[in-house]
Design a protein. Structure first.
Ligand code: ATP
Length: 483
């Protein structure tokens, strides 16, 4: 378990400690848009850097790209987003509130199960599972809502509009003159920036199939129901990799990436028991997918997707070939054959990943009758990795502590702190997830040239020589395991 009853605890901690703030908060906030504060931005960069290193630098056949958010409008025609990137929405006529029809039904199922009405819950779940091919999904969902008399959660009314499909892309004006302005979309996924650069990369880099292109960047979706903090945002960040393979080898590549990506989640310290795969049933696959699986995390709001792994077949390249008129096939010189590669995609939301890390790290413990709140995250992710303290604000101790800070800062993110009692300083950094604290005391300068290193997870302390600090931290990071 994540040791959490609800997301509210994380929302409060994230705000109080400067991880995540609501956007434009002084104006009342903007719904489903968030800003990262001083600790949040460090955590975000750490995760992003680890992902980048693992996905590109550690794979000699994966290269990076950084495509623009704005793309030619035809891209979204080719990808199917203009036609099919919709969510089913329904409005409560009385409160004028809008809901995502499928989520409304899911919430009703959860409530029924909570109230012990398991049979009814299972019956509606079955209807939901078998609802709709994409064409009649709206009608199927509407029928479920009406036939089961599902009421609006906020007003309690049973006065619904029809279910309508709502396109999730943001459209904006483009260019200074009206002749230029056809309107462009803010990209709803980063993947298409990879597909439209596939040919450029093939022609200019020494890659050959199988190879991958990785990208991190912002994506925008006008989500119908935007709630649950950074789990579902209207502006968010994705880390995606498209792996181009020869048709026929796609199933193996898909299985391989499934395995690799699950290991990655464990490698950043997420506890194994809180991770699982959830396969998409064949009849619910997105229009481009031959196979799809979610890596799910056990959030306080239930098991939810953090990452999607998809076999996208040759759908995207074929579509772009058709609409652009440019050849996007691949010539395999060794075997003298030509084909349009298949694509295995791994797509993870950076913000959801951050939420997962915070939830998994969060612990409340009782220490000497007092509550200790601590984020036991992987030391490589910690926004502040090392705290350096002089025991008291005294010349002599301060200089040694500053010297340690200056040496460590070349390799780690370090916070010098001399205010408040040592206990308070530990607690502050426990809440920030800092794995190591170094304290310089009078013995350090008068007798033994040693400092106290204190470990966040079990609060154990040991005295180590000044010249062994860097080594102790390195070993501490290497040996760290989630507890
Ligand atoms: P969901 O089913 O939760 O709407 P999705 O299946 O539409 O997600 P994908 O299109 O596969 O998601 O996007 C890949 C990843 O991007 C997701 O696994 C998720 O981590 C992230 N993501 C998608 N939508 C959002 C959002 N609105 N806010 C934050 N992260 C998101």
């Amino acid at each position: 378990m994540s040791n959490l009853d609800s997301l509210d605890t994380i929302v409060s901690l994230a705000k109080a400690r400067g991880f995540i703030f609501q956007s434009s908060e002084i104006y009342g906030g903007l719904s489903a848009v968030y800003d990262y504060g001083p600790l949040g931005v460090e955590l975000k960069r750490n995760i992003q850097n680890i992902w980048w290193k693992d996905m590109t630098q550690r794979h000699e056949n994966i290269v990076g790209v950084d495509a623009a958010v704005f793309m030619h409008p035809k891209v979204w025609e080719a990808s199917g987003h203009i036609e099919g990137f919709n969510d089913p929405m329904i409005d409560d006529k009385q409160s004028k509130k809008r809901y995502r029809a499928d989520m409304l039904i899911e919430d009703c199922i959860l409530n029924l199960a909570k109230d012990g009405k398991k049979e009814k819950a299972a019956e509606i779940q079955e209807l939901l599972n078998t609802s709709g091919t994409r064409k009649n999904l709206a009608k199927d969902l509407y029928d479920i809502i009406i036939e089961n008399e599902i009421k609006a959660p906020d007003s309690g009314a049973f006065d619904w509009t029809e279910v309508r499909q709502f396109n999730l892309m943001f459209k904006t004006a483009f260019g200074a003159t009206s002749s230029e302005d056809d309107g462009v979309y803010l990209r709803p996924e980063t993947a298409q920036g990879i597909f439209v650069n596939y040919k450029n990369i093939l022609d200019t880099s020494r890659v050959s199939v199988p190879f991958g292109i990785a990208q991190t960047g912002k994506a925008f979706r006008n989500e119908v129901v935007a709630r649950q903090f950074v789990f579902r945002m209207r502006e968010f960040e994705q880390m995606e990799m498209q792996y181009f393979v020869e048709p026929g080898t796609d199933s193996n590549a898909y299985a391989l990436w499934k395995k690799k990506r699950l290991s990655w989640h464990k490698s950043i310290g997420i506890r194994e028991e809180n991770l699982r795969f959830s396969d998409h049933p064949k009849d619910k696959l997105a229009h481009y997918a031959l196979a799809a699986v979610d890596v799910q995390y056990k959030f306080p709001i239930g098991w939810q997707e953090v990452e999607g792994i998809h076999n996208r077949s040759d759908f995207d390249l074929t579509q772009h070939q058709k609409l652009s008129g440019k050849k996007l096939d691949y010539f395999d010189q060794k075997n003298n054959k030509r084909y349009v590669p298949y694509v295995i995609e791994t797509s993870i939301g950076l913000d959801r990943c951050i939420l997962m890390v915070l939830c998994d790290a969060y612990r409340e413990e009782e220490v000497n009758g007092e509550k200790r709140t601590v984020l036991k995250m992987h030391p490589e992710l910690a926004p502040i990795q090392v705290g350096v303290f002089p025991l008291v604000k005294k010349s002599g101790l301060q200089e040694v502590a500053r010297k340690i800070e200056a040496e460590l800062i070349e390799h780690y993110s370090v916070r010098y702190d001399e205010t408040g009692s040592i206990g308070k300083r530990y607690r502050r950094l426990d809440e920030a997830g800092t794995p190591f604290c170094i304290t310089v005391d009078f013995d350090t300068i008068e007798t033994d040239n040693k400092v106290t290193i204190r470990y966040r997870d079990d609060m154990s302390q040991e005295r180590i020589p000044l010249n062994k600090i860097a080594y102790a931290i390195k070993e501490g990071i290497k040996d760290w395991k989630p507890s």
